[in-house]
Design a protein around this ligand. Structure first.
Ligand code: KPL
Length: 318
């Protein structure tokens, strides 16, 4: 039953998907979901936001375009079957504090945040809810307010973070796969999140500091000076965390492969700095620093990158 006790205008089970976070990734999923099933969840800090539906063009990798219009979720009269959370890592917990009370206890919540730490905070805050995490390599950006570019096809892994999410994984996978995007359920979602964290730790801060696309890193003196030491820190951290280990050389190779495959991309952190937004550095290199501190492992390169990116954001007016 909706929070207000009013009769919902949609029927439970009709595939309605609420999306919290109307940025590039939220718009990507909304654009591929069956027409009319996606709704954006208004932010309580933008009271005017919920007046008009959001309209934009989605530019697809096969060079086709689709016009997308997404209405706003009204908790008084709608019951979503699923909530996708595509907010920045640092905004997630606070944003969910206002949204969770509007959702029935059994509504699955899928977290799409970069980095690590925010997912664990949400699962710890709502341990009895079905909370899942997604790790995606779908590339999306928003060059203008009314344009979302699906920059490259990827894959999305989906896994349970809380016990009550296990029985709903198949259904959530089906709903997300109805977009035509590739969605793969996994029992090893934490490993997937770590794998992506490592890539983000090796690419994002350097591209933000150098203000360059991913591929330009490979010849940049700042990257070449620090990448081996960074990979040594990460390799030691994996071992201390008792996670599958990888040599520093193997980690560097993985990072360089992704930088090459996404050579013309602007990383999410570079984009955040360029737009004067807070970055996710505390959930990427900063997360490694705090895990290292708990385990007695110094992380000087991660620390230096965290501090420099924060300084950069301050210089850009944050
Ligand atoms: O995930 C990314 C990001 O920008 O956050 C990478 C893999 C670095 C691609 O740009």
């Amino acid at each position: 039953m909706a929070a207000s006790g009013l009769v919902p205008s949609n029927r439970p089970g009709d595939g309605t998907v609420a999306i919290l976070g109307a940025g590039s990734l939220g718009r990507l999923w909304a654009g591929y979901l069956p027409a009319g099933t996606a709704l954006f969840v208004p932010r309580t800090d933008s009271p005017d936001q919920s007046r008009y539906p959001v309209s934009y063009q989605l530019l697809c990798p096969d060079d086709t375009e689709r016009p997308v219009t997404v209405a706003w979720f009204d908790p008084a009269c709608q019951l979503p079957d699923l909530l996708l959370v595509t907010t920045k890592a640092q905004d997630t917990l606070a944003a969910l504090e206002t949204v969770m009370p509007m959702l029935p206890e059994h509504t699955p919540v899928v977290l799409f945040q970069n980095g690590m730490g925010s997912q664990q905070a949400v699962a710890a805050r709502w341990p009895d809810r079905p909370v899942l995490a997604a790790s995606t390599t779908e590339g999306a950006n928003r060059p203008a307010a009314d344009i979302t570019v699906h920059a490259g096809r990827g894959q999305t892994w989906l896994g349970a973070l809380t016990a009550s999410a296990n029985p709903v994984i198949t259904k959530v996978t089906e709903t997300l796969a109805s977009t035509g995007l590739e969605v793969i359920p996994t029992a090893a979602i934490l490993q997937r999140l770590w794998d992506k964290l490592i890539i983000n730790a090796g690419i994002n801060p350097f591209t933000a500091l150098l203000d360059c696309p991913n591929g330009d890193l490979l010849t940049a003196p700042l990257f070449l000076e620090h990448i081996d030491a960074l990979c040594r820190e990460i390799s030691q951290l994996l071992e201390a965390e008792k996670l599958p280990t990888a040599s520093p050389q193997a980690l560097r190779q993985r990072i360089e492969q992704v930088a090459t495959a996404t050579a013309s991309n602007t990383s999410s952190m570079r984009a955040d700095v360029q737009h004067g937004r807070a970055t996710e550095i505390d959930y990427i290199n900063g997360f490694m620093v705090s895990r290292g501190a708990r385990l007695g492992l110094p992380m000087p390169v991660n620390q230096m990158l965290t501090e420099q990116v924060k300084q950069l954001s301050t210089n850009y007016g944050r």
